[in-house]
Design a binder for this molecule. Structure first.
Ligand SMILES: NC(=O)c1ccc[n+]([C@@H]2O[C@H](COP(=O)([O-])OP(=O)(O)OC[C@H]3O[C@@H](n4cnc5c(N)ncnc54)[C@H](OP(=O)(O)O)[C@@H]3O)[C@@H](O)[C@H]2O)c1
Length: 260
């Protein structure tokens, strides 16, 4: 059992932040979960967390939240992808994450854990996020594989699954390291006690695009061979460091659940 932390979880209404909030509360931590919109705080509070309004692009709201909560740990699980607005998501990484980290440092926060991505960590916005986080003495980066599971683009009702159902799979990369949302949550929990570093958090089976596209299309009800597009090659993750600390995915292969 880890010590009880007072946690400010930024992005508590998201596909990852919501289950992470529930799991951290269940583990006995004092969790303060954020949304930009006051009307969504009831979602956060239904998980047993306290709701806090915070916009990472608004420094005043960061300062106010930190002053109110005085967290020991800040967990950044915010993305801005619900409307497929990649420019907004880049701004959140390049501007929002560094502002949050700097303010957390000034407020005396011990640990900052932030979500990153395994397949493109050197692109400018992601590198800016990682650089900011690792400049904090308690900074930790979790480079997640491509998330699948409830609420994601690859869920039964997800956007990519719908396209696969008509025979088109648009991929981020030629090869994908997958990660079930539940396993991202278990890694966030485990990271509370890990040494500060950058970790790849991925399942055990990197997947070639044609391979997973065929599985997703079949599960989406498409009988033929789907047409695939990709943005090109990508970094393949190395999950050894997290495994050396005892973390294992409960879903070791994307084959068991992609699209379901
Ligand atoms: N590694 C991955 O593969 C990965 C990771 C994340 C998401 N995704 C994909 O992205 C899709 C959308 O994700 P999502 O449903 O979680 O929605 P989202 O729009 O990406 O929002 C995620 C969280 O970030 C918060 N947020 C957004 N902008 C913020 C800001 N400026 N300041 C503070 N918090 C902010 C949101 O809070 P409010 O909107 O309540 O303010 C929400 O809690 C998913 O379907 C998933 O497939 C993939």
């Amino acid at each position: 059992m880890t010590a009880t932390e007072r946690i400010l979880l930024v992005g508590a209404t998201g596909v990852l932040g919501a289950p992470a909030t529930r799991a951290l509360v269940a583990a006995g931590h004092e969790v303060h979960g954020t949304s930009r919109r006051a009307e969504r705080l009831s979602e956060v509070e239904s998980s047993g967390a306290r709701g806090v309004v915070l916009d990472a692009l608004d420094p005043a709201s960061i300062d106010a939240a930190l002053a109110e909560v005085q967290p020991t740990t800040v967990i950044f699980l915010a993305t801005d992808l619900a409307s497929f607005d990649y420019a907004a998501n880049a701004r959140l990484r390049e501007v929002g994450a560094p502002a949050l980290v700097e303010a957390s440092h000034a407020a005396g926060v011990d640990r900052v854990i932030a979500e990153s991505i395994s397949w493109d960590p050197h692109s400018a916005p992601v590198a800016a996020l990682e650089h900011a986080v690792m400049s904090h003495p308690g900074g930790m980066v979790l480079r997640f594989g491509l998330l699948y599971g409830p609420g994601t683009w690859y869920a039964a009702d997800g956007a990519t699954t719908a396209r696969a159902g008509v025979g088109v799979v648009d991929a981020i990369a030629d090869t994908t390291n997958w990660l079930h949302v539940d396993d991202a949550v278990s890694a966030v929990m485990a990271a509370l006690t890990w040494p500060v570093s950058i970790f790849d958090i991925v399942d055990d089976e990197p997947a070639a695009l044609e391979d997973w596209a065929a599985v997703l299309a079949r599960r989406a009800g498409y009988a033929g061979v789907p047409r695939v597009t990709s943005r090109g090659p990508a970094r393949v993750a190395d999950g050894a460091a997290a495994r050396s600390l005892g973390w294992r995915p409960a879903h070791p292969s994307w084959r068991d659940g992609l699209g379901l």
